[in-house]
Design a protein around this ligand. Structure first.
Ligand code: CP3
Length: 363
C-alpha cells in the first residue's frame, strides 16, 4: 500500500483561504476545484484503474469485476494501483456507475464481450414500481467502506474522487437493459409516458445524491457525475428532462459544500445548459475546444480533454497533443484529463510520455 507522506502533519491544515470544509487534501486537485490555476495543472485520467495496467489484470484474473468492486480490500488495492505507478493528483474510487442497480433490484452482470446487462429492465410504470429504494450506507456499505479505506491509504495531498452516473445515463442503461445505443426504449418512454420517465429520473436523482453524500462523509474529497449519454438529447430535451434533476443533485451537494464535477460526453451543444447545473468543475470531451468552452463556462474549473486515442499513437504526437491541450487551457483553472476513458490497449509508456510532457511544461 502507499506510504503516507509526512505522518506527523495533521490531515486538516487551514491555509486561511480554505472555503470548503471537510477537505483533507491540500493538494493541487482540490485547489484547482476551488478555482486556483497552476503552471503544471493537476492530472488524473478517467478509467485510470483498469485493463491497460498489468497489476489490474492480475487481480481480474482471480476475481470477477463485480467482486472487485464490492470487496473493500480489492477495490482499495485497484484504486491505488495507478497512483503508485504514476503519482496522479487524484485517485478515483474503483467501482462502476451501474453498481447501484444491484440494491435497486434491477440486477446487473458483466458478460465477457457483451458489456453490462441489466436483469430486469424498466420499460413502464409497473416495472418502475418494482424498483427498490435503499440506504447506500447499508446496502452499499462495502463501497462506502472502500472509500474509507482508500482515504486512509492515500497521501494527504492526493484527492479522492467519489462518483455516480447522472440520472439520464443511469436511466438509459436501466430502460434499455444494457448498452443503450440506439436509445429506442429510452425515448419511447420519455415521449410516451413522461410521468413515468420523470418519476424514474427523480428516484435516480435522490439515490444519486444520497450515495454521493455517503461517499463524501466516508472520506471522498470531491465527487464526479458521469453523464455519458446526455449528448443524445437535444438542448430542449436536456433542459426539460435532465437539467432539473442534475441541478437538484448538485444543490444537495452544495448544501453540504461538496465540490462536484459534471462530465457529459458529446455535450458541445449543451454547454450553456450545463453551465446552469451549478457544478464547480465541468469535464470536457476531446470535441470541445477548451478556450471556446471557457467563454461559455466563465469562471468554472475545466477538466479534460486529450483524445484517448492519441495515447495509441507515437511519442511525437502524444507530446504535441498534450502541449496543445495545455495551451488551450491556460486562461483559467484546469485539471488535465483525457476526453473520455483510457483505452484498454494503451501502452504504459504512452501515459508516461504524456505525464512527462505535462510535468516539464510551464504555461
Ligand atoms: O475511472 C476509474 O478508474 C474508476 C472506475 C470506473 C469504472 N467505470 C470501472 C470499470 C468508472 C468511473 C466507471 C464509469 C462508467 N461505467 C461509465 C461512465 C464513464 C464512461 O466510460 O462513459 C459508464 C458508462 C460505465 C458502464 C460500464 N462499465 C460499461 C459500459 C462497461 C463495459 C465496457 C468496458 O469498458 O468493459 C463497464 C465495465 C467497467 N467499468 C470496467 C472497468 C475497469 C471493465 C471491467 C473489466 O472487465 O475489468
Amino acid at each position: 500500500m502507499i506510504d503516507n507522506a509526512e505522518p506527523s502533519v495533521k490531515d486538516h491544515i487551514s491555509t486561511g483561504r480554505e472555503s470548503l470544509p471537510g477537505i483533507a487534501a491540500e493538494g493541487k486537485f482540490v485547489r484547482a476545484m476551488r478555482g486556483e490555476s497552476f503552471g503544471v495543472p493537476p492530472v488524473w485520467l478517467m478509467r485510470q484503474a483498469g485493463r491497460y495496467l498489468p497489476e489490474y489484470n492480475a487481480i481480474r484474473g482471480k476475481y470477477d469485476f463485480i467482486t472487485v468492486c464490492r470487496t473493500p480490500e480489492l477495490a482499495t488495492e485497484v484504486t491505488l494501483q495507478p497512483i503508485r505507478r504514476f503519482g496522479f493528483d487524484a485517485a478515483i474510487l474503483f467501482s462502476d456507475i451501474l453498481i447501484p442497480f444491484i440494491p435497486m433490484g434491477a440486477g446487473l452482470s458483466f458478460d465477457k464481450g457483451h458489456g453490462p446487462r441489466v436483469g430486469r429492465p424498466v420499460r413502464n410504470s409497473a416495472d418502475l414500481r418494482l424498483l427498490r429504494e435503499f440506504d447506500p450506507r447499508e446496502e452499499l456499505a462495502d463501497v462506502i467502506e472502500a472509500v474509507r479505506m482508500i482515504r486512509t491509504e492515500l497521501r494527504r495531498e492526493t484527492a479522492l474522487i467519489g462518483f455516480c452516473g447522472a440520472p439520464f445515463t443511469l436511466a438509459c442503461y436501466l430502460i434499455e437493459g444494457g448498452k443503450p445505443d440506439p436509445f429506442t426504449h429510452v425515448k419511447r418512454l420519455m415521449y410516451g409516458d413522461p410521468a413515468a420517465f420523470s418519476s424514474l429520473m427523480e428516484r435516480l436523482a435522490t439515490m444519486t445524491a444520497d450515495y454521493l453524500i455517503a461517499m463524501y462523509e466516508a472520506g471522498a474529497n470531491t465527487v464526479q457525475l458521469f453523464d455519458t449519454w446526455a449528448g443524445v438529447l437535444s438542448e430542449r430535451e436536456y433542459r426539460a428532462v435532465n437539467l432539473p434533476v442534475v441541478k437538484k443533485i448538485i444543490s444537495r451537494l452544495k448544501d453540504k459544500r461538496i465540490p462536484s464535477t459534471y462530465f457529459a460526453l458529446n455535450g458541445m451543444h449543451l454547454l450553456s445548459a450545463i453551465d446552469e447545473t451549478g457544478a464547480d468543475a465541468i469535464g470536457l470531451d476531446w470535441r470541445m475546444p477548451i478556450d471556446a468552452a471557457r467563454r461559455v463556462l466563465k469562471g468554472k474549473t475545466l477538466q479534460g480533454n486529450l483524445d484517448p486515442i492519441v495515447l495509441l499513437t507515437n511519442e511525437t504526437t502524444i507530446r504535441r497533443e498534450t502541449r496543445r491541450v495545455l495551451n488551450e487551457a491556460q486562461n483559467g483553472p484546469f485539471i488535465f484529463n483525457l476526453g473520455h476513458g483510457i483505452q484498454p490497449d494503451t501502452p504504459i509508456a504512452s501515459v508516461e510520455v504524456m505525464l512527462n510532457t505535462l510535468r516539464e511544461s510551464r504555461s
